[in-house]
Design a protein around this ligand. Structure first.
Ligand code: CA
Ligand code: CA
Length: 321
């Protein structure tokens, strides 16, 4: 019974195809396709290089790898001041099909490796000059990095590799990186502003589902050295509480500020509902850079030597019940 059904199904399919093939539309389409194929065969499109000057017959397949003709890496890279970028200038030639890509490997002082590459599109150049661009992030290791391997590849996949000794015959392979781990200086506070001079424990953020108000302090700061700002904190104490038993601690991170340029850090923390009501004054500001250097500024009223009134328009904030 099952076998009979299967045969029936096969028969229907065959009939279906047969019926389509006999319609005039299908026949015309088939004829046109054939003609188009014949046209394409007669108008054979030759590769660009062949149209230009018939350098080689179409049957020649390039089996020869490219050659590196020039190589030179930049010698110095100081990391942290804005964009960190070093260029490695490369030129290469290929006999026929053209250059596809150039790749290089960099090895750091402790053996860490990173790869750079550049590529061309078709029609590929037989004479190629360009740069491999190294843009390490701020955490890159300081010391001497070496280009210890380079690869040139043509569009047929033929390739030549070069080691450091071979590269050094053409140009510099050693890059001295001065990174943020060479930075021994903490950031500097330029100015600050208490943006929430008066807060209430019973008031909430307008429109929120009962969210407590925010304590906000803005700090204008800049890092000394090359690492860049990372985070800051502010501690406030109830006025007159020299032991700072009832304090308020705020902490915030720099949002992508890098380098030694000045930036404003916005430190906004929600007021804890258990915070004691009263008038608070700044006891300490601390600033941290990306290399881990920290600067502590402590108010004279708490045994330090910073007069915050010279840096802040007002140095107190009120928390009401
Ligand atoms: Ca080639
Ligand atoms: Ca620093």
């Amino acid at each position: 019974m099952l076998k009979q059904r299967m045969w029936l199904a096969v028969a229907l399919v065959v009939t279906g195809i047969g019926a389509q093939a006999t319609t005039p539309d299908t026949q015309i389409t088939a004829a046109q396709t054939h003609t188009k194929a014949a046209q394409l065969a007669s108008q054979r499109v030759l590769p660009k290089w062949s149209q230009k000057g018939a350098i080689a017959p179409a049957t020649t397949i390039d089996g020869t790898p490219p050659t590196l003709t020039q190589f030179r890496a930049g010698k110095q890279l100081t990391v942290g001041n804005g964009l960190n970028q070093l260029l490695i200038q490369v030129s290469a030639t290929d006999d026929l099909v053209g250059l596809n890509s150039v790749q290089a490997r960099l090895v750091g002082p402790s053996g860490e490796t990173t790869y750079l590459w550049n590529s061309s599109t078709l029609p590929a150049p037989t004479q190629w000059s360009g740069a491999l661009v190294w843009q390490p992030d701020v955490g890159v290791e300081s010391g001497v990095w070496r280009v210890d391997w380079l690869l040139v590849v043509d569009y047929n996949g033929n390739m030549t590799t070069y080691d450091e000794t071979q590269l050094a015959k053409l140009g510099n392979t050693r890059i001295t990186v001065t990174g943020p781990d060479g930075d021994r200086q903490g950031p500097q506070l330029l100015a600050g502003r208490i943006m929430s001079p008066s807060l209430s424990l019973t008031r909430t953020v307008p429109g929120s589902d009962g969210d407590a108000q925010f304590v906000r302090v803005d700090l204008d700061a800049q890092d000394l050295g090359v690492a860049g700002l990372r985070e800051a904190s502010v501690q406030l104490c109830i006025v007159g509480d020299r032991d700072c038993y009832y304090n308020m601690y705020l902490r915030g991170e720099a949002s992508g500020e890098r380098g030694s340029g000045a930036a404003t850090l916005v430190i906004a923390n929600q007021l804890p509902w258990r915070q004691l009501a009263g008038t608070y004054e700044i006891r300490e500001v601390s600033l941290l850079d990306q290399a881990g250097n920290q600067t502590f500024l402590t108010s004279r009223a708490y045994g330090g030597n910073t007069d915050f009134t010279t840096l802040f328009p007002t140095t107190t904030l009120k928390v009401k019940p």
